[in-house]
Design a protein around this ligand. Structure first.
Ligand SMILES: Cc1cc2nc3c(=O)[nH]c(=O)nc-3n(C[C@H](O)[C@H](O)[C@H](O)COP(=O)(O)O)c2cc1C
Length: 261
């Protein structure tokens, strides 16, 4: 089975921002949005001649999430003549080089990224940022609507170019991205006694590496993609990234709030 002509937007989203953007694009273009977790067994990614293929995901440490890199490098890709290939990176503060990294991956595979976009949304990296101010979060999401509309207009017109906002100098982004490797260590996670053993974190980990031991979550690999989905979704806020996230609040976009929460 291959990822055929009707699957035209592939997204990764830990906390719903990128999912929302992917679905807004899908609604406006009639293209179909699918999460990368659902496509993990597919061997091919394909855009038919004259078709469209979009990748939407968050920006991590100014670059691409590790699972997105792995996905893009491991799939066979067939991009037909005259098709339009674009990338949208959602981000909180710095758009950085995520789109450039995507273009580089594709270039190595003999493919060309036609357009690079970014959309500013609430920042889920709570070791640094605080998401407690719900009015501010709503304001950021409201402001994102216009940016998403602009991206949609560009996509509909098959516009080519680099439309990424809030880039930093490449060397700054390269240095920042180096820190991702260490930040990905799962020993950073701590689970408090507030944990109720509901297993939501196990269920929603996009790479399936959380297990339960003695009624509490444990991370079964030394590194994860550090999406913080487990932290943000925990119904009792029992998961923390060391001390850095304590009191910083939790955020999941309204498109993706779990019914259990
Ligand atoms: C590990 C991690 C690193 C992040 N690094 C950046 C960054 O370098 N620049 C930025 O603007 N936002 C950064 N963010 C924020 C996310 O890119 C942003 O909130 C994104 O919209 C989340 O998308 P999602 O809800 O689809 O997962 C980071 C978030 C996480 C979890």
């Amino acid at each position: 089975m291959y990822v055929g002509t009707d699957i035209m937007i592939v997204y990764f989203s830990a906390t719903g921002n990128s999912k929302y953007v992917a679905h807004r694009i899908a609604e406006a273009t009639g293209d179909w949005a699918r999460p990368i977790e659902e496509l993990r067994w597919e061997k091919h990614l394909e855009a038919h001649a004259g078709g469209r293929l979009g990748i939407v995901c968050p920006t991590y440490f100014h670059g691409l999430p590790a699972n997105v890199i792995n996905f893009m490098e491991s799939k066979k890709m067939y991009v037909g003549e005259g098709s339009y290939f674009y990338f949208v990176g959602t981000y909180g503060e710095v758009g950085g080089m995520a789109a450039d990294m995507m273009a580089d991956i594709l270039k190595k595979r003999g493919l060309k990224l036609d357009a690079k976009y970014s959309v500013k949304m609430p920042d889920t990296w709570t070791p640094l940022f605080d998401v407690n101010d719900k009015a501010k979060i709503a304001e950021i999401n409201n402001a994102a609507e216009k940016q998403i509309d602009e991206v949609i207009e560009h996509i509909k017109n098959n516009d080519k170019g680099d439309f990424v906002r809030d880039k930093k100098m490449k060397f700054v982004s390269k240095m920042t991205y180096k820190a991702y490797e260490k930040a990905r260590e799962t020993r950073n996670f701590e689970v408090s006694d507030a944990c109720i053993g509901c297993k939501l974190c196990v269920k929603r980990c996009p790479i399936g590496i959380i297990a339960m031991k003695d009624g509490k979550p444990v991370w079964t690999t030394e590194q994860c993609i550090m999406c913080l989905g487990c932290y943000h979704r925990c119904p009792v806020n029992a998961i923390n990234y060391g001390k850095a996230t304590i009191g910083k609040g939790q955020y999941v976009h309204t498109i993706d709030v779990d019914p259990e929460q």
